[in-house]
Ligand binder design. Structure first.
Ligand code: SAJ
Length: 449
């Protein structure tokens, strides 16, 4: 019962072709509270989710949905959908953390009835559905996948703020371990979809589709990041080049050039590449493909993860221009969330950047309009608190709030000679910054840095 399970449960419960939906939620310290909330028809998800609150209330009132921590309710289920977190215990060593998935599979297996259909929506390392998942389900149930129950991977494509819309309108990849599983899964999902089409394929092809659609996005971002660094060295404005490249049009020509930035965070992109890479067990094979170098996707990960270091370089060179040493300098970081206008800070690039500037002896204050304080990291809501008498302000997240900074006011608040702005998300009007006497550096702005 998270970002993936709740909207799916609500939509299935609201579908006339579904008799009843049980939402299974572990009664854990962190998430057990969701059970009561959901049974009151209240969404425990943070952030605006158009239509979800109303839909939950409707399906609870019409007795089509209930949440429980009792997995025994699965016994009379025709279909069981697993939507739990699948991360990495160690990104470096590519060790997937399948603990939640294995627990869910064991629980589903123990209560599985013959003839039911098991769907895995979680993002998994390709090979998991037919491998680990199938083995656990068969061992726990004593049944045979295919013969006694269906099994398919139907990857989620949720995006915070558009949960219901994506489920209804986005195309859905459906990959069964055999064609009856694929057909049954397609029949299950079709009624909750409006504009979205269903694309059927094998379970492993569905796993590779999901992980590579994010690995490819990470690669596209890394291409923009690397190009931006070239432009800085060449003394030109990356955004002129970006406009130029995007202008190349014509039959079958496309250049999806994304945006450089202070780094790539979130719960999808930083991990899905590793799921994809982990599936190619034989690293020598990968080297064969890339000609002894690392996989292209791992190189993209390294480029994107190097961007907070580049932000440090820009910060140090700008402080030098201001005739100040980094040690003891005060810096205001604007933006802690991993993406614009969200409070979600998972894998935020602002964290490594903060560690890097602190490592140089800088005193750090962090502002974010949405993200909440993260353990021992206080996050301030008032911009003045973070900007007042700072030597440097660095923008790490493209929140709308930072797109209309009053630079005159900021200058006054910083109240020092040659204040520094480091723009990691191309949200500050560079000309206005220079006119207001700032020393200004930005990713990709070789013409100004
Ligand atoms: N980022 C850049 N440059 C870009 C785009 C993003 O640096 O041009 C950074 C963002 O600042 C952020 C990170 O990358 O730190 C990820 O941003 P994202 O826009 O990819 O947002 P996510 O992580 O929420 O990605 C989700 C994914 N959806 C699913 O996995 C179902 C992704 O496949 C979608 O493409 C993306 O949303 C989307 O387009 O909104």
């Amino acid at each position: 019962m998270g970002y993936v399970g709740i909207p799916a449960a609500a939509l299935f419960a609201d579908s006339p072709t579904t008799e009843f939906v049980w939402g299974i939620q572990r009664n854990s310290a962190a998430s057990g509270y969701k059970i009561d909330w959901l049974n009151r028809g209240q969404s425990p998800l943070v952030g605006k989710e158009p239509g979800l609150q109303r839909l939950l209330l409707k399906v609870v009132k019409s007795n089509k949905f209930l949440c429980t921590s009792d997995p025994d309710k699965l016994r009379d289920a025709d279909a069981v959908i697993i939507a739990v977190e699948t991360g990495f215990s160690d990104g470096e060593k590519l060790i997937p953390d399948n603990s939640a998935l294995e627990e869910a599979l064991r629980s589903a297996g123990k209560h599985l009835s013959p003839g039911s259909l098991v769907i895995i929506e979680s993002t998994v390392t390709p090979g998991t559905t037919e491998g680990l998942a199938r083995q656990i389900l068969e061992r726990e149930s004593g049944l045979e996948a295919g013969a006694d129950f269906g099994l398919a991977h139907v990857p989620e494509r949720v995006m915070p703020g558009k949960l219901l819309r994506n489920l209804r309108e986005y195309d859905r990849i459906i990959g069964g371990i055999d064609s009856p599983s694929t057909e049954r899964a397609a029949a299950l999902y079709l009624p909750i979809m409006t504009k979205g089409r269903i694309l059927t394929m094998s379970a492993k092809a569905a796993e590779v589709t999901k992980t590579s659609e994010n690995a490819l996005r990470d690669l596209q971002i890394s291409a923009a990041n690397q190009l931006a660094l070239y432009c800085e060295v060449l003394g030109i404005n990356f955004y002129d080049v970006r406009k130029g490249i995007a202008s190349l049009k014509g039959e079958g020509i496309s250049r999806e050039i994304l945006f450089p930035g202070a780094g790539v965070g979130g719960h999808c992109l930083p991990k899905d590449t590793y799921h994809l890479e982990k599936s190619v067990k034989n690293p020598a094979l990968a080297r064969q493909i890339t000609g002894s170098a690392d996989s292209l996707f791992l190189l993209a990960r390294r480029i994107n993860d190097s961007m907070p270091h580049h932000m440090l370089r820009l910060t140090l060179s700008s402080l030098e221009k201001a005739g100040k040493s980094a040690h003891g300098a005060r810096i205001g970081i604007l933006g802690w969330a991993y993406n614009k206008n969200t409070k979600d800070a998972r894998n935020t690039p602002a964290l490594p950047y903060r560690d890097l500037v602190r490592g140089r002896g800088m005193e750090v204050k962090i502002h974010d309009p949405f993200a909440s304080s993260d353990g021992d990291i206080p996050i301030f809501r008032r911009l003045e608190t973070v900007v007042r008498s700072a030597d440097v302000i660095a923008i790490l997240t493209e929140h709308d709030a930072y797109k209309r900074l009053d630079l005159k006011k900021i200058r006054k608040l910083m109240d020092i000679k040659s204040p520094v702005i480091i723009d990691g998300r191309n949200v500050v009007d560079a000309k206005a910054a220079l006119e207001n006497g700032f020393i200004f550096s930005a990713i990709g702005r070789g013409d100004l840095n």
